[in-house]
Design a protein. Structure first.
Length: 153
């Protein structure tokens, strides 16, 4: 394969991005050792690819940066228990990452909230019942008063 065919085949780009298999990697290494112009072309191509990815990079959100910073600090210090100063076995704990925006409350609050909700519905129904009952009694009272006035006349 000539140098120009090798360049146009796209193997060099794949090699620089780490997408080649072992045979193609060996082939690129041989061609770069045998041809200094090709080696220079690969260096320039690598710089172009790096520049392309750096220009198109999107900075991560600030929260992600803080998480990464805290992880690196924690890994540098090592994981130790707070009460005894001994290094804690990593197999003892499971690393769980939580990225939610929900408020956390104790599990016993759930039945309390449900009870308050049910009681509020009961009081709402009782209030409506007694309101409508008092309205109907007011109407009956007015009706009886008008009947009494008619009898008196």
């Amino acid at each position: 394969m000539s140098k120009q065919e090798f360049i146009e085949s796209g193997i060099l780009e794949s090699h620089l991005m780490g997408l080649t298999n072992e045979e193609e990697r060996e082939q690129v290494a041989e061609m770069m050792l045998s041809d200094s112009e090709l080696s220079e072309y690969v260096n320039v191509l690598e710089e172009d690819i790096k520049r392309y990815f750096i220009e198109g990079a999107v900075p991560p959100p600030e929260a992600v940066r803080e998480i990464i910073l805290l992880r690196s600090i924690r890994e540098k210090k090592g994981r130790s228990s707070y009460d005894s100063g001994e290094v804690v076995d990593e197999k003892q704990y499971l690393n769980v990452e939580v990225n939610d925006t929900h408020m956390k409350v104790h599990k016993l609050w759930r039945p309390a909230f449900i009870a308050v909700f049910i009681l509020s519905k009961i009081f709402l129904i009782a209030g409506l019942y007694f309101y409508f009952k008092s309205v109907s009694q007011q109407e009956e009272l007015e009706k009886i008063k008008t009947e009494m006035r008619l009898k008196d006349k």
